[in-house]
Design a protein around this ligand. Sequence first.
Ligand code: HEC
Ligand code: HEC
Length: 396
Amino acid sequence: MRSPRSPNRGTGGGSARSTLRPPRYTRGEAEIDFPLRSVHRHEQKKETSMQELTPAAATEGRIRSRWAVLPLMGVILAGPGCAEPPPGEDPAEILPAARQMFDTIQAFPASFLDAPDVELGRALFWDERLSRNGATSCASCHTRENWGSDARQLSIDARGELTGRQSQTVFNSMAQRSIRWRGDRETGAEQAQGSIVGSMGMDDPEEMVELMHELGYEGRFRAAFPDDPAPVSAENYGRALEVYQSTLVTPAPFDEYLAGDPSALTDEQVEGLELFVSTGCGSCHGGKLLGGGAFQRFGILEDYWTVTGSEEIDEGRYAVTGREEDRYVFRVPMLRNVVRTGPYFHDGSVASLGEAVEIMARVQLGRELDPVEVERITLFLESLTGEIPEGYSSPH
Ligand code: HEC
Ligand code: HEC
């Protein structure tokens, strides 16, 4: 058996459509082990593999290396200036420290790419006709050239309006705890469903359902959601897009390094990794995606806009929750493929990655990095660049 289970198979079709259930992949009895966030969230109650995404995991004693813990304590307990690596620490210890702080990802198995819900999601993702102006697809703002993100500071939606924030990469994004800069969507399915009246510019989700019928999508929906009596729906549009995006996993040289191949990183990249850890970056950008889990204030030591030159001041999660402690708080972005996904920050205000690194050290950690240190960290970040996933191209 090599077909992904659709979420509502065997659950009575219609009634299951109102709740967004995650897709589950099975091969015989075994569930596929890949970072589909919904599987971790909903299917495994313990969420063990997601815990390392949060800095809190370090304080729970999960990260035991002195080197790894010190910078975090520098941030949490003592403020800036306390993040020096302990004198005399042996650089060879960086691999065990890195293994505690980060984790590997695995490519999505190619043999599942022709599953009906993956293929449906791919068709929807790349179909420009499915939008208000008939010329906008998901891929318009999540381009191949920019590794699943947009090279523009802000994107233009199907109504011709500028988006509120910079378009992030969709690669690896389904493995995150929450979706978007402010974490205001829980799942990829919810996010995609929301974009019908958002980026795709429809007045009503039903308009999209009618359009999908007109464009002959019914057979594909039926194949992907065989137990659903009315398979062409906004919910299933969201689900299929989540499933397709869950295949967009990009292992990189850093995964080989963590798995035990020291030659996967150059000496300069290893120096960059050491700096990344000793400066304190890993305390927020940890786990298998080097981010994507916790929420943190952007600008802990200085207001971010004084260094980014942002024209508009985005209040971050405060606008979502209304809680004072969420002002200027954003989801810590994952750093996989970050070299290819500029411009940087929620408003795309910074074009150069080196500058973004410098700003991070300054406003999050109170550290001034010299140009060589910035270069080394940037070289390390290059080791997080994977291949563009198979299937990230238009099937039309
Ligand atoms: C008009 C441009 C545009 C289009 C079209 C578009 N997006 Fe996006 N996308 C964005 C922007 C901008 C963001 C960041 C929004 C935010 O965080 O507030 C984003 C964020 C996302 C994210 C969140 C990634 C993360 O790391 O949390 C996902 C997933 C995503 N889009 C998928 C899609 C899918 C699927 C479609 C098609 C149904 C789509 N997008 C269509 C611009 C676009
Ligand atoms: C206290 C938590 C924290 C620490 C420490 C931290 N970051 Fe960040 N980082 C964030 C947050 C939050 C953002 C999102 C900022 C925004 O809203 O644009 C971010 C954004 C970034 C970005 C931009 C990513 C993108 O896709 O636009 C890069 C690059 C980055 N950080 C690298 C680093 C480096 C390198 C260090 C160490 C020098 C570091 N960070 C330290 C929380 C942190």
